[in-house]
Design a protein around this ligand. Structure first.
Ligand code: FE2
Length: 352
């Protein structure tokens, strides 16, 4: 049948199409019709040959394939195409006696089927429908993926803004107090060096870096008179200052999903191995390892910097003190890793 003069191109430009049929005359007839509709056509005389063509040219929008062919029949070919090229629309050609097989084709993912002999108008209508459906599927997927990406990007941005906010808050907290200025950054650096020596890397190391930086953020809720008191604290004042790990954890709740390790550090950095720490009185391995590492860094920095109630201690003394309390207050492995990474007790005070 010659191409109809009223045939409209189904696609703009030259979309690619593969025609698979063992009858050369049917093949060239189909190709002529498809070319008249604007397709750039490839051909194959069997399923096996068609797969070789696809390997060479890659995924394409449309395949028109006969059902009965030697070597590999239409159904087997269809199954392989669906698996390897899920976005290709396959239209199967069947004889009248094969209608039940044709329905089977649809169940197996064919876009449509056509009964032989094929008419130009019918072929055009089916192709249009199959390609429209394919375009919708691709469009939906694109929007879906785009939407998911945008939502994810926004979530990341919101988290970044939140983090910038609390990091600024941490700096502001320290800026008011000459004794603790730079404390959180130093603790973060000590903790990262120690954790890295213990084998932490990637996101877990990032969590320790951030947790070290924010470990005292809850002190923003502690009265300055208590924070900067030169003498010893009353029981009530101690209770107030002891709340900062829990307050800090509450402040950082928006990080709970993405960075739970940061929250663990903030909550548990004042726990002691012997269970006499706060706020939960956790013992030994019940204290999160990240918090045990930060506790060592925190203790070393507290000892080697001047506080309202005492002078700073020489780094070597501080290292000796860390070793003395390893096992009762501090984690011995974390202390050992700290000492290994700071063997002469050098501080990072010059950096901040
Ligand atoms: Fe603290």
């Amino acid at each position: 049948m010659p191409p109809s003069q009223h045939a409209q191109p189904v696609v703009a430009g030259s979309a690619k199409c593969l025609v698979v049929d063992d009858e050369p005359s049917v093949r060239s007839f189909l190709i002529r019709m498809l070319q008249a509709q604007g397709f750039q056509c490839f051909e194959a005389s069997s399923g096996r040959e068609a797969l070789l063509v696809l390997e060479r040219i890659g995924e394409l929008p449309l395949i028109v394939s006969d059902m009965r062919m030697p070597e590999m029949d239409g159904i087997s070919f269809l199954e392989v195409v669906r698996e390897r090229y899920p976005d290709t629309s396959v239209i199967m050609l069947t004889g009248v006696s094969e209608t039940s097989t044709a329905v089977d084709c649809l169940h197996r993912g064919a876009a449509d089927f056509l009964l032989k002999p094929v008419s130009m108008s019918e072929l055009q209508a089916r192709i249009t429908r199959a390609l429209e459906k394919r375009a919708l599927v691709l469009q939906n997927r694109f929007y879906q993926e785009n939407l998911e990406r945008q939502v994810h990007e926004q979530a990341v941005r919101i988290q970044e803004l939140f983090l910038q906010g609390v990091q600024m808050l941490a700096r502001a907290l320290e800026a008011k107090d000459s004794y603790t200025r730079g404390h959180s950054i130093r603790v973060s650096q000590y903790a990262v060096a120690t954790a890295s020596h213990m084998g932490f890397e990637g996101p877990s190391l990032d969590g320790i870096r951030l947790g070290g930086e924010l470990h005292d953020i809850g002190k923003i809720g502690t009265r300055e008179a208590v924070l900067h008191k030169a003498g010893s604290l009353t029981a009530e004042e101690f209770r107030q200052i002891s709340e900062h790990p829990v307050l800090g954890e509450r402040m950082l709740a928006p990080l709970a999903q993405e960075s739970p390790d940061v929250l663990r550090i903030v909550r548990s950095h004042h726990e002691r191995l012997d269970g006499r720490g706060f706020p939960d009185g956790l013992r030994g391995a019940n204290i999160p390892i990240e918090a045990r590492i930060v506790a060592v860094a925190d203790a070393f920095d507290a000892m080697t910097t001047r506080r309202p109630y005492r002078d700073s201690r020489p780094p070597a003394d501080a290292l000796a003190e860390l070793r003395r309390v390893a096992g009762s207050q501090l984690d011995p492995d974390a202390v050992e890793a700290f000492v290994q990474t700071h063997p002469s007790g050098q501080t990072v005070a010059a950096l901040v």
